[in-house]
Design a protein around this ligand. Structure first.
Ligand SMILES: [Zn+2]
Ligand SMILES: [Zn+2]
Length: 257
């Protein structure tokens, strides 16, 4: 099982996960041509994918999903709330095979098992996922206002984690965003601060953990060094061991073995 990212941040998110012969995208917040170009960097073509799994309807996660799925005949998996929100903004997903995700029910896409879990975030019915090949587990967590006990339990014991480090609180409050936006981002349905991610990571069972990637960093309100330092503190490791997902590059393949 391995994973990589095409993009991560408020201008677009797209994660690639592979197990056996199965590959899928978690979110598609890139224009189709850009997603195709970035897939090629990983040695993949759209025909190598079988599905797009959405976390929620926000543009940075779903803006390219309908177009990319339609263009390449991919199944689109999402909660009913996400589907409704997208249909209201983009119209019906005509010609796309959709599968409704229930936030309490695991499902499979080929060789990949997905366990969705609910998160507090200001979207209609947001979920995040633990993906598994049956032996290894990759936890994905971005776009969450505050960690919950449910999230802690779900992400404990993972082999790899892609973990939101959205902002540094001091940079956010001292920055140029309008007050309402600062309050939204820092609020209980917004995004994780570095310090929240650090505390969440420290609270998890990390006994199997081999990969941690800091993701969804704000370009305005965070610095890669601050995010890495926070997660390294929780892990008691050197900062360079913590991976970094960037807006332009995402990150290259990482193997869970
Ligand atoms: Zn987002
Ligand atoms: Zn969001």
């Amino acid at each position: 099982m391995r994973f990589a990212s095409l993009a991560s941040g408020s201008k677009g998110n797209c994660l690639v996960v592979e197990a056996g012969v199965s590959r899928l995208l978690v979110d598609c917040g890139l224009a189709p041509r850009e997603a195709e170009r970035r897939l090629a960097r990983l040695g993949l073509a759209p025909a190598d994918l079988s599905a797009i799994v959405l976390t929620h309807e926000h543009d940075d996660h779903a803006s390219g999903a309908f177009a990319f799925a339609a263009r390449h005949g991919l199944e689109l998996c999402m909660t009913r709330g996400t589907q409704r929100a997208l249909q209201e903004s983009a119209g019906p997903a005509s010609g796309i095979a959709t599968r409704l995700v229930d936030a309490r029910t695991p499902f499979a896409v080929g060789d990949l098992e997905l366990r969705p879990f609910t998160v507090p975030h200001d979207a209609r019915e947001p979920v995040q996922y633990v993906l598994s090949d049956g032996a290894r587990r990759l936890g994905v967590l971005t776009d969450i206002g505050a960690p919950t006990r449910h999230v802690e339990e779900t992400l404990s014991g993972c082999d790899g984690l892609v973990l939101e480090c959205n902002h540094d609180l001091e940079m956010l409050w001292g920055g140029s965003y309008p007050k309402w936006l600062k309050e939204r981002i820092a609020g209980p349905f917004g995004h994780l601060a570095n310090s929240q991610s650090e505390h969440l990571l420290a609270a998890l069972d990390r006994s199997r953990l081999k990969h941690v990637v800091a993701a969804h960093l704000s370009e305005q309100n965070n610095r890669p060094g601050l995010a890495r330092a926070a997660l390294a503190r929780a892990l008691g490791c050197a900062e360079h061991w913590v991976g970094l997902a960037s807006q332009d590059e995402g990150f290259g393949w990482r193997a869970l073995e």
